[in-house]
Design a protein around this ligand. Structure first.
Ligand SMILES: N[C@@H](CCC(=O)N[C@@H](CS)C(=O)NCC(=O)O)C(=O)O
Length: 202
């Protein structure tokens, strides 16, 4: 099994899950300029990471990859047993992937949406404001919980990854004490620390 990644980007969530699984795997860093070159586009026509290969399987899209790993390793219990609990996990996976992550796509990728630099700044500011609203929602969900859904799941490393981005863009998360506690608890996790170290992010 091999994970293609860029340090600190969304594949960090998959990387943490691979650590939690505890089976051998490989990683390969992809330079940003290589993403849109034919060799990498043959793996992922979108030209983005993560890509996970497992034998003949070439899988893209974080949510699909995370669910694949959880289903391949049911012993990790990263997806729960009942259909109701799995639906709840997918709800929060969708929230992090399609709402939070996508909003950061606007902040980090502002230049790909508009060429005018003042419009880019406006777009990034709007994205950050939207992200702050979304973090407030997940902070509420984390009330009284160590993990987003109450038990450890594929959602947690993904939320951890996007929370790192929030810190990188100096998003004001003060007051979101549940999110802060979650972040500290993830920072102390051995699998998280191993993935950060492997990506040169300690
Ligand atoms: N929908 C994809 C989005 C992947 C994505 O946005 N990857 C980013 C890193 S977090 C990337 O490779 N960006 C480079 C680019 O799109 O040029 C997923 O959920 O995996």
């Amino acid at each position: 099994m091999k994970l293609y990644y860029m340090p600190g980007a969304c594949p960090l969530a998959t990387h943490i899950v691979l650590e939690w699984i505890g089976q051998p795997y490989e990683i390969e860093a992809v330079a940003r300029e290589k993403l849109k070159q034919p060799e990498f586009l043959a793996l992922n026509p979108v030209g983005s990471v993560p890509v996970l290969t497992d034998g003949d399987l070439v899988l893209t899209q974080s949510a699909a990859i995370l669910e694949y790993l959880a289903e391949k390793h049911p012993e990790t219990k990263l997806l729960p047993d009942t259909i109701e609990a799995r639906a709840e996990t997918r709800r929060w996976l969708g929230f992090v992937n399609a709402d939070l992550h996508k909003t950061f796509g606007v902040v980090f990728g502002k230049a790909s949406f508009v060429s005018d630099t003042s419009c880019q700044e406006q777009l990034a500011a709007g994205g950050k404001a939207k992200a702050a609203q979304l973090f407030a929602i997940i902070d509420k969900q984390l009330e009284g919980k160590e993990w987003v859904t109450g038990s450890r799941s594929v959602v947690d490393p993904y939320l951890y990854t996007v929370t790192r981005w929030a810190h990188a863009v100096k998003l004001d998360l003060s007051g979101l004490r549940n999110l802060h506690a979650f972040f500290e608890h993830m920072n102390a996790d051995a699998g998280v620390q191993a993935a950060l170290k492997a990506q040169g992010l300690e």
